[in-house]
Every structure is written in C-alpha cells, then in structure tokens.
Design a protein around this ligand. Structure first.
Ligand code: CP
Ligand code: NVA
Length: 300
C-alpha cells in the first residue's frame, strides 16, 4: 500500500490548529487503512530505512511504545533519546541539537515542558518535528481521539463532545481538533482551571456539559510537572469525576474516552473505564495507527 499523497511531506505537527481539516482527515483516512492492514497482516512498509529520533523529557508508556513500534512496522527504526542522556541536558542549545539531529535522522518526536522549545526545535530542524506532548498541547493524542470517535460513532460532524476536568494540554488539542472537524465541543472545569481557549464553550457545571453528550472525555487532574499542586487540585476537582451518575446525563449511546494514564477514584471510576461505554482501550491502540499515518504522510 502507499500513503497516496505527497502533499504533507516535510510538515511539522506541533499543534492541531497548525493543520487544516483536510490534513487531519488525510491522517485519519490513512490511519484506518493502516489499522486494517496491520490487522490482516498486509505489508505496509511505507518508510523503509527511515530513522525517527524520540526525545523524552517526561515519562511515557503509550507515546514511546506506539511511536517506536509504529516506525518499526513501517520499515524504519526508532531511537529513544532521553533528554538527560543528551548534551541538551547539559546545556547544549535546542538550536544546535536541531541542526545536528537533522543530519542523522528523518524525523524527530519530542515530549517536553515548554511548547516554545518544540517550536524552536522545529524552526531550526530541516526534518519534520512532531510534538509528543508539551505543557500546552498533546496533538498526537487528539488524532487518536478523533480516530476513535469516528470509528465508534461513524461520523465527526455534529458530534457532541464534552470534556470534564482540567483545562490542560489534552483538552486544548481535543478542542482544536473538534473545532476543525465540525464537532460541538464543551469543557466543564472548576473555576480557575479553564483551558486557554477564548472561542470554546466553557462551563463550571459537569452535568450541564455532559447532558446529551455523545462523547464524555476526561484526563488526570494533576498533569506531569504539576505534582506540587496535587492536594489543592484534589479539592478543586471534587464533583468533576466521570462516573456512572454523570454518564447517565449523556446520550444513550455515548462513549467515554481518557488519554491515560488514569487515576481511578479521582477523574474516572474503574466501573466506567472498564464498563460497556468505555472506548479507552481502542483509543490507546489508535495512538499506534494514527501516528503511523502521520509519519507516513510527513516523513520524506
Ligand atoms: N496518553 C499518553 O500520552 O500516554 P503516555 O504518557 O503513556 O505516553
Ligand atoms: N495531561 C496529562 C496527559 C498525560 C498523557 C499530562 O500532561 O501529564
């Protein structure tokens, strides 16, 4: 099989809103084809001999393993680069790191704190840079999320998507994807934890957001790097749990999503996560297929 289009070669994926709906749909369509090919054992080595470097300044299970397995399945190689083992961790500049890695690699994925570091890396790299999570964005997660919604509900246009919890990186990328793809997005957060989304529909009432929703989405209340705020957040987010009671507000066929890892008994109950409405495990699997599609489209 082929990626069918060269129109996206060389592009970065730093935040969802940098792309247009057409690009996101191209990723989703190819992701569906790659998922089917993977499931039936059909050959899909679209990136033979290419090397993906993966810089991690925060821990990861899904992002690391799905990118590393994904590039291998496409016929390439993934290099796990812990930031503390790179000279970057000893003060080598982002610019020099970008210039040098561009001479060895075909693409870079980076998980770090500041979005500005990812932007700087991309500005100086002449290979595609993919954001594997920053404090501000998690665009690869949003790809898998919308892939899962389309797979489960058969459409994206007009889908009512309610995010309940912290207005964090995951919330922002999801809202950007929803906006581009014609979904009806609302986020319910405690006061002071709203996402920085001036045009989004926001509320402080979880039940109001969940009412008639087709998709209920949540994420941890304390993201990586904010651990010292945990006690205050536990107090602020009481009442924002996705549980059976909140799920009863949603539409009868509603699905539940969570990017994982989960903190059971906090933002979500085990009953919901392992229950009949949960699409969490397909969502996690779809990280693999969506990112393989993204790589196949942008890597030269
Ligand atoms: N959802 C997600 O990005 O998981 P990891 O932190 O395990 O990569
Ligand atoms: N919002 C979470 C997502 C983890 C995948 C965090 O940034 O820690």
């Amino acid at each position: 099989m082929s990626a069918a289009t060269d129109g996206f070669k060389g592009r970065d994926f730093l935040r969802v809103a940098d792309w247009a709906a057409e690009g996101l749909i191209a990723v989703l369509d190819l992701a569906d084809r790659l998922k089917a090919a993977h499931g039936t054992g059909q050959e899909h080595r679209l990136l033979p001999g290419r090397t993906l470097g993966m810089i991690f300044q925060k821990p990861s299970t899904r992002t690391r393993v799905s990118f590393e397995a994904g590039i291998a399945q496409l016929g390439g190689v993934g290099l796990h680069l812990s930031a503390s083992d790179l000279q970057l961790g000893r003060g080598e500049t982002v610019r020099d790191t970008a210039l040098v890695l561009s001479r060895y690699l075909d693409a870079i994925m980076i998980r770090t704190f500041a979005q500005s570091d990812v932007e700087e890396l991309a500005a100086h790299a002449d290979i595609p840079v993919i954001n594997g999570l920053t404090d501000e964005h998690h665009p690869c997660q949003a790809l898998a999320d919308v892939m899962t919604i389309r797979e489960r509900l058969g459409r994206l246009e007009g889908v009512r998507l309610a995010y309940v919890g912290d207005g964090n990186n995951v919330c922002v990328s999801l809202a950007e994807a929803a906006g581009l793809l014609g979904m009806d997005f609302v986020a319910a957060t405690p006061p002071g934890y709203e996402p920085p989304l001036p045009d989004a529909r926001l509320t402080n009432e979880p039940r109001e957001a969940a009412r008639n929703a087709d998709v209920l989405y949540t994420d941890v209340w304390t993201s990586m790097g904010r651990e010292e705020e945990r006690e205050a957040r536990l107090r602020a987010f009481a009442g924002f749990q996705v549980n059976e009671e909140l799920l009863r507000e949603a539409s009868p066929g509603a699905i539940v999503l969570h990017c994982l890892p989960a903190h059971y008994g906090e933002e979500i109950t085990e009953e919901v996560a392992y229950g009949p409405r949960s699409a969490l495990w397909d969502e996690a699997e779809n990280r693999l297929h969506a990112q393989k599609a993204l790589l196949a489209l942008v890597v030269r």
